[in-house]
Design a protein around this ligand. Structure first.
Ligand code: FAD
Ligand code: ZN
Length: 469
């Protein structure tokens, strides 16, 4: 089948408006979040439901044309970029909430639902879908599951994979697997849904999911603390978990550089504390109880932490506006880094207890590779996950700085690996981190992954060249 006849058949099936070949119409789907890759495509497909996804996959499989599934296109590792002879299949039109079952604490949604839309739908039923991240207004649940996304509430509720009861998936030959069971327990062989979660579109196309829901929070207390060391952050976390009965929903670390970049570059932000400190923590505890006990608890813990010298200073958010202002400091860091020049970014994880050791070694390594470099680490310290970002020295050229990208990544990832850590904690592998798979994954792990890929996608038609080599 020629590509023209494939596109004709797809247009007949999906409608001409939903097979895009005009460059201007394709542009938003070809744009890559970090500008690191130039994406091209034969066409963009916009099926409206699972049946149309399955039909599209079948047509493409028969024609031998590879498909790159795409959600909100907010991924950070080049997982949704394509080449001239591939087709991007966008899930955006599969955006219905199929049903919410409060008694089962579960909801079934289509893959193209925005994460924020799912949070609101749960909230309207007096329930909580806890997955949360700065991209929630644009990323889709299918993309969240395909990347096993993390975000700011992993500490309490787990990664995306922990929030799934069932999946509906279109396989590489167009077969539909309906695995949308809402069961909490089901020990009947391999847990197939977990294969697709985190596989970044290389094993199947997720078209719907049954998700777990939780009790909605009626009280949320947010604190911002200045600390002398990252070890103090870990000690504080342990205290807060004990005191609150494990009700800590977020525990985010920020370095002094990251707060300085934000207050200098993002309008309407300011340092909430009167003096500068080397490290900061944004800590949040939340409960479904309505007795108002959390504010008192956090106040007491904060005062004790200052008395003990664990925290140097701190402030509590007492209104929603104050809470949002504190979160803005944390969530604006990547945006604030842009006007500071080029940056090198690493998304590492280590066992939580190794965070101080990692930071010391990684900052030393970065500084000795590029004197004058401005480390700007921040992230989900309660999960052992740091965004170890580095901004260029003020007096260095952008090009010279970026030329060190590979060498720097190797140095930082080697340190994480030596502590038993990972080179990709929550962003995935995509294209960007394929070389790291070769360097850090055991041969036996790569071999098992390759065998799974061959079993489920023997013709390598689903997102070829990503994740597995
Ligand atoms: P896309 O970018 O469209 O795709 C990502 C990958 O999944 C690709 O490989 C694609 O082929 C595949 N895919 C997409 N949909 C499907 C599907 N239905 N079936 C099969 N495969 C599919 N990530 C975090 O984990 N935590 C964060 O805190 C976080 N914060 C972010 C903040 C900002 C401002 C930005 C821009 C990104 C952030 N990210 C974060 C990264 C990104 O938002 C997540 O990786 C998100 O899960 C990607 O979802 P998406 O719908 O945009 O997927
Ligand atoms: Zn993150």
């Amino acid at each position: 089948m020629t590509t023209t006849s494939l596109l004709d058949r797809l247009a007949q099936r999906l409608g001409h408006n939903h097979v895009l070949t005009d460059y201007d119409l394709m542009a938003p789907y070809l744009n890559e979040e970090r500008g690191s890759y130039a994406s091209r495509a034969l066409a963009i497909l916009r099926p409206k439901d699972t049946v149309e996804v399955a039909a599209s996959v079948k047509e493409c499989a028969e024609a031998g044309v590879a498909i790159v599934p795409q959600g909100g296109n907010t991924g950070l590792v080049g997982g949704a970029v394509s080449t001239q002879n591939q087709i991007i299949l966008s899930l955006s039109r599969l955006n219905r909430v199929r049903g919410i079952n409060p008694a089962n604490r579960a909801m079934t949604v289509e893959a193209g639902c925005l994460l924020a839309q799912i949070q609101s739908a749960a909230d309207e039923q007096g329930l909580l879908f806890p997955l949360s991240m700065a991209s929630e207004g644009s990323c889709q649940i299918g993309g969240n599951l395909a990347t096993n996304a993390g975000g700011t509430s992993v500490l309490r509720y787990g990664n995306a994979r922990d929030l799934v009861l069932g999946l509906e998936v279109v396989l590489a030959d167009g077969t539909v697997w309906n695995g949308l069971k809402g069961l909490r327990k089901d020990n009947t062989g391999y847990d197939l849904k977990q294969l697709f979660i985190g596989s970044e579109g290389t094993l199947g196309i997720i078209t719907a999911a049954t998700l777990k829901l939780f009790a909605k929070h009626h009280e949320t207390v947010t604190a911002f603390l200045g600390l002398a060391s990252s070890q103090a952050a870990l000690d504080l976390l342990a205290r807060l978990q004990d005191a609150s009965g494990e009700q800590v929903t977020a525990f985010e670390l920020m370095s002094r550089n990251s707060l300085e970049f934000v207050t200098r570059r993002i309008p309407g932000t300011s340092d909430p504390l009167s003096k500068p400190y080397p490290w900061y923590v944004l800590a949040e505890i939340a409960t479904s109880r309505r007795d108002g006990a959390m504010a008192e608890l956090m106040e007491g813990e904060l005062a004790r932490a200052i008395d003990m010298g664990l925290a140097m200073d701190g402030t509590l958010a007492v209104s929603l506006a104050q809470r949002q202002a504190l979160w803005k400091l944390r969530e604006s860091i990547p945006e604030a880094q842009k006007p500071e020049g080029a940056s090198l970014k690493h998304d590492i994880s280590v066992p939580v207890s190794c965070i101080p050791d990692f930071l010391e070694r990684a900052i030393n390594a970065a500084t000795s590779l590029i004197p004058g470099i401005r480390p700007c680490p921040f992230g989900h310290v309660g999960d052992g996950n740091l965004h170890f970002n580095l901004s260029q020295p003020k007096d260095m050229s952008r090009a010279d700085f970026l030329a060190a990208r590979g060498q720097m990544a190797e140095a930082i990832h080697d340190i994480a690996a030596s502590l038993g850590g990972s080179f990709s904690a929550e962003h995935g592998v995509g294209l960007l981190k394929l070389p790291d798979m070769m360097r850090y994954k055991q041969p036996v792990e790569r071999d098992m992954m390759r065998r799974l890929k061959t079993a489920l996608d023997p013709k390598t038609l689903l997102n070829p060249g990503k994740v597995v080599e």
